[in-house]
Design a protein around this ligand. Sequence first.
Ligand code: BES
Ligand code: ZN
Ligand code: ZN
Length: 504
Amino acid sequence: MTSIVLSDKILLSKTARCTAVFVEQDVLETQAIKEITNLFPALPDLMAERTFTGKALSTLLVSISDNNKVKHFLLVGLGKKNDSGHIDIETYRRALGKVIRTAEAHKFASVAVQLPHAGLIDGSTKYVAEQTVIALRMALYHFTKYITEKDRKFSVDDIVLLVHNHNESDIKAGIKDGNIIAEGVMLARHCVDFPPTELTPVELAGVAKKVAKDHGLDYKVFAEKELIQMGMGGITGVSRGSDSDCQLVILQYNCGKKDAPTLAFVGKGITFDSGGLSLKPAQYMETMKEDMSGAAAVIGAMQAIAQLKPDVNVIGITPLGENLRSGKATKPGDILTFYNGKTAEVKNTDAEGRLVLADALSYAVKQYKPDAMVDLATLTGACAYALGPFFSGLMSNSENVVENIERAAKLSGDAVWRLPFTDDYKAAIKSPMADIQNIGSKRYMAGAITAGHFLGNFVGDVPWAHLDIAGTAYNVPDLPYYRPETATGVGVRLLVELAKNWKQ
Ligand code: BES
Ligand code: ZN
Ligand code: ZN
């Protein structure tokens, strides 16, 4: 793993091949730029020639000769301050991503990054340090297990954070938490990126078990046979067409404080979604290993929560299964009975996420009576079409849960956008044959919202929010701290922040 260490040197870190300096737009007379100009007097000319003014995410690479060795400086623009007089934290995250992307393009094995001065970015020193480490580590993520060409496996080995004039103990605390959160995000991304035949439901349950063992969480798993006996017709109905056993995994973090609220996080874990008998066209099936991203987010977040030890109890629940076809597979027209006794007609076997979540949510409500519940699911293409890759869809029955989530989204960087969730849409999933049906009738459109209402049948009166991450879990373009064609780990940062700062 890339090391991230501190140094209180001002600019010239001894070892780094490249030193990155952030530049606020049109603020070019800074100490850092002066120091680089001392070594490279043509810098002002070069900046003028390249019209480098510090525009957000613009870069300028300066190479100098220092004792017969080439040394590089990378100026990265942060853009202008926002209305509150700060550089937007998300712009800063992307700028950090740019540093890593540039270092990789030029094969700089070591990089020094000068932390922006305190107060430039909205937030405490600890928070900025934490976010710095998370963004750097996210940008460093690779999935190279199956790449054999050495040349394509380049990674930055060392990062030095130049923290002159900052409170070092705050910085250290931020780095510590940042590393823990980033590792949770990486675990989730790694699980999603794994080929689906290697990461079956049983394998993924094994990952959760290891997390529990390594970090002191309670772990419980129910296998297919038990789930059938328990009356979980959703999970077992979806998994009937698969040769792999389905699993319901429960991870539990107990903060040990009396009267602490209990949060339940539930994540869809379809390790591969072929659509079942309502088969997906090849093009839509291509990335369906990503359909366990909700479960991966919950497992990654639980790993971080176990180490950060916030003052809330947290239950992580992941229904895991495969949606495949065989002579045993559930058919359109079949009716399933869920853990809470409700029934649904399966009109389309590709709308399977809501079926597995129905059991998991019912189980969470009945067994744990949580004070609030959040589910994450790559649930609908409709949500991905509506919001694209930059916002997860948020639907909720509780203003308090929405407030908590919107605050956590802003702080963590996992952006959400609230969708209307009025009762008007409920009529779309009425069934003539059963209590509800698993797709909305065409007249109502709004497939993300009708899917959310399906889930609403299984939450009782628990304050709850549903996050549709179909558009945000995989292959997000343009954000430099992500890598296209790989998983994003969306939801881990958000869930951790929710647990850290929950307000009942
Ligand atoms: N896993 C898919 C949704 C999805 C789409 C996730 C794109 C990630 C990217 C889900 O199970 C699904 O197939 N949903 C159907 C529902 C429809 C049949 C009502 C969809 O969105 O087409
Ligand atoms: Zn599906
Ligand atoms: Zn699915």
